[in-house]
Design a protein around this ligand. Structure first.
Ligand code: SF4
Length: 669
């Protein structure tokens, strides 16, 4: 722990903005240098504030264990949004910011990252962290500027979706204002509702949108003050024209990667967007299929939804059919340009709809995992998911579980239990209107998104996520979740390092938090690691988790890490802050963050039993085309123990006292 005489390094604005929605008041407090030194920013600062918040709730005797007892949708659950010292500087991809809360989906740590421009604008109002508590009596939205916080009634946005709220506020506010908002899903309390910023970016995972909505908070607009600058320690090193500077070198590495790497490697992020991953993941036999029962896709099917297909869709579309027109987009200070804006054009050339996306995970979960190989259908569903404000990974995973459960119950005929038959009853109206849930039935996708986004019909049960949905009918085993959060696009049987990443993610199954090993293998051109190798996998996973946590605490995009090393990130952080980080010190900060997240979940009631993949992955082998892959419980138990040990956690997965001391976390526990 550091002394209180410390000063904040450069890069920080130095203030935390506290907003109390109960009283509709706000005040600023200095950002404690000690916290900044220990956690740096973003996800690190976020968990520090979140942990302290729940600890404080216990001091007033209302809770014995606030972590476990606080209802995520109650006013006592805070919403903490943290930027990093590098946010808004010339560090490439420095538009990131992070949200923390207790998740309604997992009932543990809520933690989600986003890019775009909103975080930069927040910082240019003069604050590093936004800390929201309480609940407004009626719907409101906030306008934050350097002059303070305005509280406005949001009655007119009761029925508005994320796009309309954003457009309306952006038109009314001074130029440069950025909007963070929720859609119907968040207002109505869908457990996997997302928070949308800059119209098409999302704090997607864990149900932050429902926390937002439960506070009667519909939007936060930030109006950057052009007179506010983010002071950095070494302007010269961050000058893109200075060829020996850290920023120039990082940008050049990203640019060179973009143009010189083979399409099937990192360069395709720019030319195809994140959907470039689709073909690669499928080539490795990893792409999820039919609620993760297998990974087999017919070549003639999969080639209709890859990055190549998206890029060429408009050019190759036959006359008279709907086509997807695509153009590039980007986030603040990012030369990679992986974002995609698309338009749906009908056979006569008329615009049907337009919006952001699709991203790879969306196509994988709303397409491949449902056997829907129709890009316009997926793109349209994606637009609606964005407007209702739902996480498309959880959305697709929940729909897949619903279809498999429905098929199972139907196959039981008269032998189905009354609990199972309830599903047929609950689904009756939907089927009468739209048809039967089935893999490959593209006609049900958009209607299901509407039902879930509005929490109506079968959608009101689906909106609680696949685990609770399947549990309602007696079959939680059909839910492909870890810690009740749906799994992303990479089948864990085919990559044990990625599988461990899913299992150990504190926010629930996540391809990023636990280290993005599956994609890095092929995008960054790393030596190929046998997917089912046990020896060494725990260590690789741990290192990958450290690296990705570093990205979240320094405020960099995961895709930049396909080119930039931790040592190079350290140089960038040092140029901003004036500190002396190296890769090891950044990793130690990541270790501290991961360990505090672990402690948070333990206080919420999580144990090592929550660190497991669903049974399917241990019981049903998958044929990747090159090998038969399946997880093995004994091997995974061994890897779990190695993983815990490498982080200084005991055999129960609990950080030891020694580790807590080493990481200077005593004041938290
Ligand atoms: S790589 Fe893509 S997601 Fe990452 S910062 Fe750049 S545009 Fe945004």
């Amino acid at each position: 722990m550091q002394e209180n005489t410390m000063h904040l390094p450069k890069g920080y604005m130095g203030k935390v903005l506290f907003v109390d929605l109960d009283l509709q008041t706000y005040h600023a407090e200095p950002l404690a240098p000690d916290l900044a030194a220990r956690f740096l920013g973003g996800r690190g600062l976020g968990i520090a504030f979140l942990f302290q918040h729940f600890s404080r709730l216990e001091q007033n005797d209302r809770y014995r264990n606030a972590f476990a007892e606080v209802d995520p949708l109650s006013p006592d659950n805070p919403l903490i949004i943290a930027t990093a010292p590098t946010t808004g500087t010339k560090m490439p991809t420095s538009g990131r910011f992070h949200a923390n809360f207790k998740s309604p989906l997992t009932e543990g740590l809520g933690s989600s990252d986003s890019g775009g421009y909103w975080g930069v604008a927040l910082k240019k109002t003069g604050y590093d962290v936004l800390y929201i508590t309480g609940k407004a009596d009626t719907p409101i939205y906030l306008v934050i500027s350097s002059a303070g916080v305005e509280f406005h009634t949001a009655d007119r946005f009761r029925e508005a979706n994320t796009r309309d709220t954003t457009n309306t506020l952006a038109a009314e506010l001074p130029q440069g204002a950025r909007v963070l908002t929720i859609g119907q899903a968040g207002k109505l309390g869908a457990y996997f509702a997302s928070i949308t910023n800059d119209k098409g970016r999302s704090l997607g995972r864990g149900g932050g949108g429902a926390v937002f909505g439960a506070k009667n908070l519909y939007a936060i607009a930030v109006v950057p003050d052009r007179s506010i600058t983010i002071e950095v320690a070494d302007e010269e090193s961050l000058d893109f024209k200075n060829e020996s500077g850290a920023a120039f070198k990082a940008k050049i590495k990203l640019e060179v990667g973009k143009f010189s790497r083979k399409e099937e490697h990192y360069g395709s992020l720019s030319s195809m967007g994140s959907l470039c991953l689709c073909g690669m993941v499928n080539n490795y036999g990893q792409l999820v299929h039919n609620n993760m029962r297998d990974t087999y896709h017919k070549p003639e099917d999969i080639e209709r939804i890859t990055g190549e297909a998206l890029r060429q869709h408009a050019a190759k579309a036959k006359p008279g059919v709907t086509k997807v027109k695509v153009k590039k987009g980007t986030c603040y200070s990012c030369p990679i340009l992986c974002k995609r804006k698309t338009q749906l054009i009908d056979g006569e050339g008329n615009l049907i709809d337009e919006g952001e996306g699709p991203e790879f995970e969306t196509v994988a979960l709303l397409g491949a995992n449902l056997s829907i190989y129709n890009l316009p259908v997926i793109v349209q569903a994606n637009y609606w998911a964005n407007r209702y404000g739902v996480d498309t990974i959880s959305l697709g995973g929940t729909i897949a579980a619903f279809i498999e459960l429905y098929e199972y119950v139907k196959s039981q005929g008269n032998a189905a239990s009354s609990q199972e038959k309830q599903l047929l009853e609950d689904t009756k109206t939907f089927i009468e209107q739209y048809g039967e849930p089935a893999f490959g039935n593209a006609d049900i996708l958009a209607p299901l998104v509407h039902e879930i986004g509005n929490l109506r019909g079968i959608g009101k049960y689906l909106a609680s996520g696949s685990y609770r949905f399947c549990e309602r009918y007696g079959h939680p085993e059909f839910s492909m979740t870890i810690k009740k959060q749906e799994m992303p696009a990479y089948d864990p049987r085919t990559s044990f390092t990625q599988a461990l990443g899913y299992e150990m993610s504190h926010r629930g199954a996540c391809h990023l938090e636990g280290g993005y090993t599956a994609a890095k293998d092929y995008c960054a051109g790393y030596a190929e690691w046998p997917g089912d190798r046990i020896e060494g996998s725990a260590l690789i996973s741990k290192n990958a988790a450290f690296s990705n946590t570093v990205l979240d605490i320094i405020g960099a995009c995961v895709y930049s890490s396909f080119s930039i090393t931790l040592d190079e990130y350290a140089l960038l952080v040092n140029a901003v802050t004036g500190l002396s980080y190296n890769a090891g010190l950044l990793q130690k900060t990541a270790w501290r963050t991961l360990t505090l997240e672990r402690l948070f979940n333990i206080r919420c009631g999580f144990t090592k039993n929550d660190d497991w993949l669903p049974a399917r992955f241990f019981e049903i082998p998958v044929d990747t085309g090159e090998r038969i892959a399946v997880c093995n419980r004994d091997a995974f138990e061994q890897m779990h123990q190695e993983y815990y040990q490498s982080l200084g956690w005991d055999e129960e997965g609990i950080p030891t006292q020694d580790t807590i001391h080493k990481l200077e976390l005593q004041d938290f526990v």
